[in-house]
Design a protein around this ligand. Sequence first.
Ligand SMILES: Cc1cc2nc3c(=O)[nH]c(=O)nc-3n(C[C@H](O)[C@H](O)[C@H](O)COP(=O)(O)OP(=O)(O)OC[C@H]3O[C@@H](n4cnc5c(N)ncnc54)[C@H](O)[C@@H]3O)c2cc1C
Length: 310
Amino acid sequence: MRFSHHQDGIERPLRAGVAYSVRQDDLFAALRERSRELGVEVLEDSRASTPIIERGFLRGAISDSGLDFRAEYTVIADGANSTFGRNLGTYRRLDLPYLIAINGTWASHLAVSSTVNITLDLARAGGSPLAGFGWLLPDGNASVTAGVVVPSTVRDVESINLQQVLLNMVSTHAETWGIDFDSPLELGRERRLPVGGSVGPVLGPTFVVAGDAASTADPLTGIGVSGAVRSGQLAGDAVADAIREGASAPLQRYSSDLATALKARRRLGRVLLPVLGHRVGRFALPLAAHSRVAADALLRSTFDTALTDR
Ligand SMILES: Cc1cc2nc3c(=O)[nH]c(=O)nc-3n(C[C@H](O)[C@H](O)[C@H](O)COP(=O)(O)OP(=O)(O)OC[C@H]3O[C@@H](n4cnc5c(N)ncnc54)[C@H](O)[C@@H]3O)c2cc1C
């Protein structure tokens, strides 16, 4: 991992196996394959549009293809917007911070490098420093994904043109990475990411909510796949136990199991995001590009693990 801040930078190694870089399509294909191995029928073209409610209990969904899916228990994992979850009463607490993020993909001759660059010198259109960070992540093949993430606690967050922030960030690294920043292979749109348990309730009498729909992403980094997978496992366990026991009581454990799994990071996020958004706080993250101690502390906190001692 290389932390960079203007001309300065620090590179710190990560122990093998601590983090993975995988293309989204490959991850989704692997998840689908594993699900099928476990006997799950995956209906990729069906979207759940309307909840089936019977006597106040969710009993499945009507899909936009007109098919009814009836279920004793339902796991809702429909992502950050979570229209289906919101229909059942989930909401984001407005007093808690969220993140906004955007990414894109560029061809790069450093695509086979194993160095991830974390950039700590984001700037607003006028050039003033902006809290948050950017990343340049080689895919091991031919392209690099670059993105930026900014906490909602920064001043005038809604008026920031995040795509411009991303393009400026990429342009400052374009030469090193051999990127033609004017010609992205893909450019995403700015998305809000609920984080750190800011959405709830995460269960009802016959359903549980998992992943971004339950704001399981890490509040400081926006890394969300691991929290989504973990919450999916816990949701699966809760539903399997409920079916085995013939009663919905095990679903009640899901909320506390999820809180326990994500508790430490939630607390850290609720404390640190307001600080980072503050005028003084935005100078905190760049320390990681100037001090090994700060860089290691950031890595240790992010990956919850010891680093190599190289
Ligand atoms: C720009 C950006 C970059 C990110 N980069 C990273 C990263 O590098 N690493 C990382 O770990 N995390 C990253 N994240 C966070 C990560 O993408 C999410 O936390 C993670 O994808 C959450 O998984 P999920 O399954 O809950 O939601 P999603 O991945 O959003 O999946 C939800 C799925 O539900 C489907 N769906 C929605 N509504 C319905 C419906 N009504 N019926 C049926 N299906 C429905 C959607 O089509 C989608 O397939 C990033 C987020 C953003 C915004």
